[in-house]
Design a protein around this ligand. Structure first.
Ligand SMILES: *Cc1c(COP(=O)(O)O)cnc(C)c1O
Length: 411
């Protein structure tokens, strides 16, 4: 169980400086000057640890990276320009044409499109499975499989995977396991449960107020002895393991993705993100309580609600055992038809209609007409997108005000 109290101490203490400027120092320079030619050479060969050029790393983003790595129990992190950039960085750094991904459970629309449309254009094939298809998942792994990927809470289908069990499958098959943990380690810590890389959209609850687009990938250490990343499947990592040892996944991601795709974090966003991080545990603690209250009350009032805290949810037991601090800010309601969903959304007063989640304010969006509009019927069915589905991200308002607004809008 993760402890909100420990995170409260950790974040305020690590974001603020103890000497000089208390707030994180914002360094916006794109480039950095080298004292002399020898220093320039040393910075490029890695023997001198100083900033090279902001596409490859920035001091403000570096502070965010060290806090994110620590938050997750990783050895290091790379901040990126968005959550999608973090997923692209983590996956592309391990993939080549002909490789395969095994993707499990509910999937954010952008990630689904990345795997099914974009990566397939480059000869990478993805197999999609529901959360508990353990046998099919195991059988789908072959010598070309480089990544097992899942979301710790399916957005927006609210499926909860058994991360420990899937980590065991990934480790037995010696395949990298990446978890999109945008719900944050306030709820669950994938690296501690056996994942290799955790990716985040910091745009959401981490920043928390719609002020900064950003993402982050957090990496585990390579083991001194045997490690699946030392096998033939990941032979391209050998030179990074030789050069950087435990840290190898970081230069691998920088050189095989960040340097050439350029999905680097912007210092302004990293600064804003750290301001958000300071209060993340407090906001999360309040919102996960409110989500349960709202889900329960709407359920009692005859709404078709999807949230794992409800007995009717297929992973209610897993929610109670593995997600003792809740599972983020989302719940969904199914209004039956697009017309009824639109009518409901247009009648709400407190809700902000937008394609975002994890904000201080309560947000809502009709799924089929927006993020999932380009997907075919079968894909929408697999991702749990019905015609009347509304995704709601609960905010910091008084939960009773939210409930009243919803009941009023449904009249
Ligand atoms: C929003 C989101 C993303 C993408 O993040 P951006 O910052 O918008 O690029 C990825 N995964 C999940 C679960 C998300 O909610």
């Amino acid at each position: 169980m993760n402890n909100f109290e420990d995170f409260c101490t950790k974040f305020v203490q690590s974001v603020g400086n103890k000497e000089g400027a208390v707030s994180p120092v914002l360094v916006t320079s794109a480039s950095f000057a080298y004292a002399d030619a020898q220093t320039g050479e040393g910075i490029f060969d890695g023997s001198i640890k100083k900033p090279l050029y902001s596409r490859m790393g920035n001091p403000t983003s570096a502070k965010l990276e060290s806090i994110m790595a620590d938050m997750d129990g990783g050895i290091g992190a790379i901040a990126t320009s968005s959550g999608m950039a973090a997923t692209t960085l983590a996956t592309m750094s391990l993939l080549s044409s002909g490789d395969e991904i095994v993707s499990i459970g509910g999937l954010f629309g952008g990630t689904y499109a990345l795997f099914s449309e974009t990566l397939s254009r480059f000869g990478i094939k993805t197999h999609f499975f529901d959360v508990d298809e353990f046998e099919n998942i195991t059988n789908a792994i072959n010598e070309n499989t480089k990544i097992i990927f899942l979301e710790s809470v399916g957005n927006p289908n609210m499926r909860l995977p058994d991360i420990k069990k899937i980590a065991a499958i990934a480790n037995a098959a010696e395949v990298a396991f990446i978890v999109d943990n945008t719900i944050t380690p306030m709820s669950i810590s994938p690296l501690k449960l056996g994942a290799d890389i955790a990716v985040y959209s910091t745009t959401k609850i981490i920043s928390g107020n719609s002020s900064a687009l950003g993402g982050c990938a957090v990496f585990r250490a390579i083991n001194d002895g045997d490690d699946k990343f030392k096998t033939q499947r990941y032979n391209f990592l050998a030179k990074f393991i030789k050069g950087a040892g435990k840290m190898a996944l970081i230069p691998n991601a920088k050189k095989r993705a960040m340097r050439d795709f350029g999905m680097s974090a912007n210092a302004h966003s990293s600064y804003q993100t750290m301001l958000g991080l300071e209060t993340l545990p407090l906001r999360m603690q309040r919102i996960v309580q409110s989500v349960e209250i709202v889900a329960d009350e709407l359920d009692k009032n005859g709404f078709k609600v999807n949230h794992p805290s409800l007995k009717s949810h297929p992973q209610n037991e897993r929610y109670l055992s593995d997600f003792s601090n809740g599972c983020g800010t989302l719940l969904t309601i199914d209004m039956g038809t697009k017309e009824r969903a639109f009518e409901f959304l247009n009648k709400t007063k407190l809700v902000t209609l937008t394609a975002n989640i994890g904000d201080s304010r309560t947000l809502a969006l009709h799924m089929a007409s927006t993020i999932y509009r380009d997907f075919d019927k079968e894909t929408k069915k697999f991702l749990g997108i019905s015609e009347g589905l509304i995704r709601i991200s609960i905010g910091l308002e008084n939960p009773q005000d939210i409930i009243n607004d919803f009941l009023n809008a449904a009249k």
